[in-house]
Design a protein around this ligand. Structure first.
Ligand code: CMC
Length: 436
């Protein structure tokens, strides 16, 4: 970046004038962005550290270049590797989509067979994982168990530390995608005091998960095909969402070159929060609290007065209807035909109707997000509310791995280390305790 007074019009550059010094700097623009480090040459005197940007919560900072997921939040568009989410949800299985996210292309028939075989032969967990699970209190939150046992996996696969070895990374894909449903189901079985059910590798990915959750004494558990399909679609819808809080945790923690199990545990921990993957759980609790349609106006009034949020509404990126919410709304009808209608659906529909007409929500572009309706389906499928974020995590595992793998192979990436604006005390001397 050089200082110049007269930039030529039409160049792919940005002129910045520092009014403190009167100097103008020309900064190159690439992909509609400027490099934050280019600003460091903007100084008042040579001893200056140089200009930085201040962007808490990354409101307008791209932390990476990515080819995985595209979102146009204003238009309500979501694509994985160029494919619209609506088409993927209609025409593919979750394992095809997981392959797409990680490798960049949809698998051919043989590739899918091999991929499915690799995943299903890595669904079992070491027997000692059960002992880790058994150490939890009976009412431990399943997400806490999931996060902890994910981290524990790192001790079983120490060679995964070789993150620059493509074969080790490959094994990690199989193991983490294969074992996520097993850990999730084991957490549930522990919480209800039921024996753990081992994976059944003849079943589909979603079907096997349902079997590990619900099988009791049947010699062969046969999942309901509508439930199995609905769950598979929900896994697809949750598979990736570009640089969200948990993907950012996966990349940020992974950038220290820690093993992928520890990084995935960090990502799952980020997902646990009520503003992220914990929102579907919060939606159901909110609907239960509202109780009846008559209570909705009072509830909306409270939200508008800042006494809580309408959970399942609003998104950092979507300023339009979340396309995933639209797919889930349709899916709900299919599920409710089998399970019977979830009575909370009427409250949710009425809430949505009122909120979409209310100036507070309209002005702030707050629309239903993926979590607004997913919980209703999960509940109809008999998943306990505290399992909802765990279900989100199973689907999101492939996205975390795709983001992690892309980050490792990106020559621009280094250990993530933000700057700060220091506003604390200047240097001062310690006064001895006796004199304070
Ligand atoms: N209910 C009421 N008001 C809201 C809501 C909501 N759900 N979401 C945002 N607002 C208001 C907020 O109070 C603020 O108003 P004002 O400008 O008067 O201060 C304005 O809208 C902007 O909100 P923000 O908090 O600055 O927006 P954000 O981009 O930081 O937050 C969000 C995004 C998803 C955290 C937020 O919309 C929210 O808390 N939603 C509820 C939780 C939820 O459903 N989360 C799931 C997200 S989708 C799944 C996932 O990606 O994990």
């Amino acid at each position: 970046m050089a200082a110049t007074a007269e930039p030529a019009k039409g160049q792919n550059t940005l002129s910045i004038t520092d009014n403190r010094t009167g100097k103008t700097y020309i900064v190159p623009i690439e992909h509609d962005t400027i490099k934050a480090t280019d600003l460091r040459q903007i100084k008042v005197n040579p001893e200056d550290f140089g200009m930085m940007t201040y962007d808490p919560a990354f409101m307008n900072t791209a932390s990476c270049k990515s080819k995985i997921t595209f979102i146009d939040g204003d238009k309500g568009i979501l694509r994985y590797r160029g494919y619209p989410i609506e088409q993927l949800a209609e025409k593919c299985t979750y394992l095809e989509v997981a392959y797409l996210l990680i490798y960049g292309e949809l698998p051919g028939k043989q590739q899918l067979e091999e991929w499915t075989n690799h995943i299903t032969t890595h669904t079992f967990v070491h027997e000692n994982i059960k002992k880790v699970m058994d150490g939890f209190h009976y009412d431990a939150h399943p997400m806490g168990m999931f996060v902890s046992t994910l981290a524990a996996l790192s001790t079983f696969y120490p060679s995964a530390k070789k993150i620059n070895d493509p074969l080790e990374r490959e094994m990690t894909f199989y193991r983490l995608i294969g074992k996520a449903p097993t850990l999730a189901a084991f957490a549930y079985r522990h919480s209800v005091g039921m024996p753990y059910v081992h994976p059944d590798n003849e079943l589909s990915y979603a079907g096997d998960f349902l079997a590990m959750m619900y099988r009791v004494a049947e010699p062969k558990y046969r999942p309901n095909p509508i439930m199995e399909h609905a769950l598979d679609v929900l896994f697809i819808l949750h598979a990736d969402h570009e640089q969200n809080c948990s993907a950012n945790a996966m990349r940020g923690v992974g950038s220290s070159q820690v093993d992928p199990y520890s990084a995935a545990a960090a990502a799952a921990a980020a997902l646990y929060g009520p503003l992220h993957g914990g929102a579907n759980e919060a939606v159901l609790r909110m609907l239960a609290e509202i109780g009846t349609k008559e209570n909705i106006p009072g509830f909306i009034k409270d939200v508008k007065e800042g006494k809580g949020r309408l959970m399942g509404f609003g998104h950092r990126v979507y300023k339009n209807y979340d396309p995933r919410a639209a797919i889930i709304k349709k899916l709900a009808d299919q599920v409710f035909e089998v399970t019977g209608r979830n009575p909370k659906l009427d409250i949710a529909l009425e809430l949505e109707k009122i909120a979409l007409q209310d100036e507070y929500f309209v002005k702030r572009k707050l629309y239903p997000n993926v979590d607004f309706y997913s919980g209703l389906i999960y509940q109809a499928m008999k998943f306990p509310v505290d399992m909802f974020p765990v279900l989100f995590a199973i689907g999101r595992m492939s996205g975390w791995l795709a983001q992690w793998s892309e980050m490792l192979q990106d020559p621009d990436q280094k250990i993530a280390r933000p700057r700060q604006v220091f506003l604390g005390n200047e240097k001062r001397d310690v006064v001895m305790l006796s004199q304070r």
